[in-house]
Design a protein around this ligand. Structure first.
Ligand code: SF4
Length: 461
């Protein structure tokens, strides 16, 4: 499969100034809200530390907690299935739908189902899936994947949505008022809800002690999917386990504040069994998670609770947009997760990072993203998947930096080149950096020369 070139994809988004500026502004606002609400909780850092420990404990005993969850869920009247990969997940769900003659499904937002390509799989088999989440539905109508974990259509302007709705639902293309657009979507979706044969959702947490799942949404899309139809199927990644019900408040408090900077998510729904007359299934999905768990130094990526705080704060993501990653997961969490699905296809993603470290500072479960990015770069070099241009740059840098005389000559050469290269050439398209920056005037001397002058008696210098 073709390698994803996030830099080239991102450059297109950067060039689109209105979209880029709106994207940057909205995400930075979410980051600032997150800071404000986190600062109101004195024990915030202690909560992060605790959440990280609970996640690591669960992952270290995952076999035990998964079996406990299964036993308790079955006792609650839930059918449990195990899927080793995306293909098996889709087959299991399809078999359930076939057995119930399902033709139309409504679905709450789920990154796992995107990861499994479930909507496309069902579509090819004649099962129509309606996204109940507004942002996901916008992306479905646009025939695009989600560009953000929590706000799937955040890269779009209101005017884009107005035109899209006009095209698909005959609304006024010039009216981009959010209340109007919401009402258009609500009217359209309500007629679908009463027709659906089954509902689906993901889960934010699966509680081993009680055998139930918890889904957090701001629009109630999971609730529509779980409560209206006679059949409810939830897909749950095996890393979503937490041991006890008493662990849940810690994660719920962290999740909403980290995601959008809200004190609480609008709907925190608990599903611990089917409603009367309903059938409820949970598919526990591995899809490479056990393998990730066994990768030395990488297992901490499984602590992720998909809050998107790292995405909102990332300067690369805010400027280049989520679609540039061309992957189900995007931004900082995407660049450390995706290479574990397909090393070659996503080999360039770990280089879409400036190592500013902001992601690690905001992550509620302390996923050490910058360290993992660094580990991935090592892994890519070891596996021969790094770019030739990077390798050459590193070889030259190593040769120069290992030797003081060579470094001194390189500094002199660079300074002379900066002084004598004509400005027209330095500011031409041959130097992409100069397209958006002004080249500073070259200094009079190298730092080494300056340092020598300051310490005239230091002969070694
Ligand atoms: S890595 Fe941390 S900050 Fe990023 S989505 Fe996961 S939990 Fe949130």
């Amino acid at each position: 499969m073709k390698q994803v070139d996030q830099v080239a994809n991102g450059a297109k988004f950067i060039a689109d100034v209105p979209h880029r500026e709106s994207h940057d502004r909205c995400l930075w606002a979410a980051r600032m809200r997150r800071d404000a609400v986190a600062q109101q909780i004195p024990e915030w850092e202690e909560m992060r530390r605790l959440a990280s420990l609970v996640k690591m404990h669960t992952l270290s005993n995952l076999d035990f907690y998964l079996e406990q969850f299964e036993k308790n869920a079955i006792a609650n009247g839930i059918h449990i299935h195990w899927a080793k990969d995306a293909a098996e997940h889709n087959e299991i769900v399809y078999d359930i739908f076939k057995a119930h003659d399902v033709k139309i499904v409504t679905k709450g937002k789920s990154m796992l189902m995107d990861e499994c390509g479930m909507r496309e799989y069902m579509g090819e088999r004649g099962i129509e899936i309606f996204e109940a989440d507004l942002g996901e539905r916008i992306q479905q109508l646009s025939n695009e994947r989600a560009s953000h974990i929590v706000m799937p259509a955040i890269h779009k302007l209101r005017g884009d949505v107005a035109k899209l709705f006009a095209e698909h639902m005959g609304s006024d293309p010039t009216n981009d008022d959010p209340h109007y657009l919401n009402s258009v979507m609500r009217k359209d979706m309500r007629q679908n809800y009463i027709k659906v044969d089954a509902g689906m959702s993901g889960a934010n947490f699966a509680i081993a002690e009680t055998g139930g799942i918890v889904v957090c949404t701001n629009e109630g899309n999971a609730d529509i999917s779980a409560n209206v139809p006679p059949l409810y199927v939830a897909s749950v990644g095996i890393e979503k386990l937490i041991p006890r019900a008493s662990d849940l408040p810690l994660f719920v408090r962290l999740l909403s504040r980290s995601a959008l900077g809200f004190h609480v998510t609008q709907y925190t729904s608990h599903y611990h069994g089917p409603r009367e007359g309903q059938e409820m299934h949970i598919v526990l999905v591995d899809n490479g998670r056990s393998e990730r768990l066994s990768m030395t130094g990488f297992c901490e990526m499984l602590k992720c609770i998909r809050c998107s705080a790292c995405i909102n704060t990332c300067p690369v993501f805010r400027r280049t947009g989520g679609l540039s990653y061309d992957a189900p997961y995007m931004g900082p969490i995407g660049i450390i997760l995706e290479p574990s699905y397909d090393l070659h296809r996503y080999a360039q993603l770990p280089y879409s990072c400036t190592h500013c470290g902001s992601c690690a500072n905001v992550c509620p479960v302390k996923v050490p993203i910058p360290e993992l990015v660094f580990k991935w770069r090592n892994e890519l070099v070891d596996k021969g998947e790094d770019l030739l241009s990077h390798r050459l740059q590193m070889d030259v840098a190593a040769a120069v930096l290992q030797n003081a005389t060579r470094l001194s000559w390189a500094e002199k050469f660079a300074l002379s080149a900066l002084r004598h290269t004509p400005k027209q050439l330095l500011n031409s398209h041959l130097n992409p950096w100069a397209e958006k920056h002004t080249n500073p005037n070259p200094p009079e001397e190298t730092f080494r020369e300056y340092f020598k002058k300051q310490q005239p008696t230091n002969k070694k210098q």
